[in-house]
Design a protein around this ligand. Sequence first.
Ligand code: SF4
Length: 738
Amino acid sequence: MKKLLEKLDPLLHARCGPMTDDLVLNPGEFGLGRVPGKVKPDATTTAVCGFCATGCGLKIHLKDGVAVNLSPDTRYPVNLGMACPKGWEALSPLTAPNRATTPLVRDERGSMVAVDWPAAMERFVEGFKGVQARHGARSVAYLSTGQIVNEEMAFLGALAKFGMGMLHGDSNTRQCMATAATAYKQSFGFDAPPYSYQDFEESDVLVFVGSNLCIAHPIMWQRVCRNPHRPEIIVVDPRKTETAMAATQHYAITPRSDLVLLYGLAHLLIEKGAVSQNYIDNHTDGYAAFAEFVRAFDPERVSRETGISQERLHCFANTIKEGKRVSFWWTMGVNQGHEATRTAQAIINLALMTGNMGRPGTGANSITGQCNAMGSRLYGNTTNLLGGHSFLKAADREKIASVLQIPVDSIPSEDSLAYDQIIEGIDEGTIRGLWIIATNGAHSWINQNRFTELAKKLEFLVVQDMYPDTESAKLAHLVLPAAGWGEKEGTFINSERRLGLVKRVRPAPGLALADFSIFRLIAHHWGLDEMFGRWTSPEALFQDMKKISRGQPCDITGIEDYAMIDLAGGIQWPCPDSAESPPEQERRLFADGKFFTPNQRARFVFDEPQPVPEAVDAEYPLLLLTGRGTSSQWHTQTRTANSDVLRKLYPAKAYIELNPLDAAALDVRDQDLVIVHSRRGEMQATAFLTLTVRPGQVFAPMHYRETNRLTFPAVDPHSRQPAYKSCAVAVKRAVRGK
Ligand code: SF4
């Protein structure tokens, strides 16, 4: 793999600024000091963005060794010099006045009191060991994130499950990517998004299901706009989103009828002779049963259930049939549904049956949400044992124990409860202590009020975050102040499986520490130095990640070190050290038609569609859709609300989109203040009258804390991902607007 470095564009070598290691830092208690000491003169370095899973490359401009500004990296293969508002403003949330700068402990009167790290560690250990002594080791669980680097995810998962005796730990990736991961595992044999971003530019038909790419992944949308083939762009979405407005075909289906539509398309493609029998015969299993199953999804039924005319269904199928390189893309509109896994697999089935797999411009492609959601899936140690292994397989446990030089019986041989089961475990009394890292469930969890109510029942709640005033941190008994993106180093894995590098370009404020350093402190105070003392730095842990990955589909043994990732402009997995020639910078999976199942064949997976968990009725006559609001907002706004610039780019207060026909019936005018209520709670919002939503539907951006008071707590039975996208609500006018 050394050849890779030799073959790289010399310009890529030339552009590389100093690594964080070049900044001479004052070593702190555990070799990871907080304050830059002697620094290099003004220079420019690079890092990947820490918001979304696009994974754009940024050039970070330093003054006296500290980041003062940034600009998009023109040579990074992901974004080619582009960035969205969040990327441009990535540094500003770091300097917000409300950063967590010291550990905080709740005293007997309920007030949060600042303490130093030794006192915080004493409280942490005493708190969780106390819960475990009273209720058993498994009564403590953790909820993690897709926002921290791989090395921190791996450390956390190993520390909690191999060292602290926990069995249960999940991540907020459950809220966004569990469906895609489950669908890929069942269909392909491994959680393996097959594409490269180059596919956006090489397709002649792009089908987006439940994806508002313009807003949610604006740089990916720019890649679509660079497509020179005048592609057909098809959007399936109940709303006329920004992406739907730019599409060549928009199918505004009845909410949650996507599975019926996709089966109906399979029916029509078979009828039209548009299947690739050769590909099916050589590379798949289960097609005959699938073809028999979709016979029931004739155009008349599908039209009735989706609201799309038979003529337009034929048009959709013909466009796929005529496409030479058809790519299928999906994201949260699919993943966050009550039958999400089967819907994702219905998309996969279309790609398989038409042979649109493994070639440029094709694929069944799940677009990831968070900057390191893919890393969370592979290295979070939650649903998978590290590196995409299984807790249930003895050989996998032995391999991990051998790499980490730990006793094999310290690795659990059972799977964790999922996020929703951990939350319900609090109510049942099986979960009594909870450690939340870099996520904010009291805002983002479905049916938010219940999360908050249950969190209050915990005997000990620790929140580790950049900010002490998130909804979750306000409930905590102990808050641990964490460094953010730009204040620490490690790797992310983006949507196209590319490992990118994050660097420390600013000191964290006050006593805040990188999550990696916090885990080292906890390991020390818990008495686990022997188990984890080898992980003295993120890069030392990265070397173990490589060994763990050996022989897996996500093998990264060919990546020598961080410098290699930096020089290469990110490296996609797989990158094994056995490869004879350096990998291309843009690669897709399954070019050879071999999948990761035991017989190397992809599987057709399907099920009968199920009714929506909460249908509208006379009392709650409108269907609430939720989704991304603007490109300037990120999830719960923990960081974007702490940027003066980003805050100006979106409405400060919650709003809903309401169709004028419904508004007239409710006597609501544009800009009126309304109350939206469901069976679980209510929110106040400004009404925005628009034709983007159809009569009978309401849209609310997910970023406002009020939105998840309304959502219905259904989960997909296979992925256990919450079904955020539809529930029944009623709207009434509160105050007449101007
Ligand atoms: Fe960052 Fe995503 Fe914006 Fe790129 S698209 S700059 S990765 S937030």
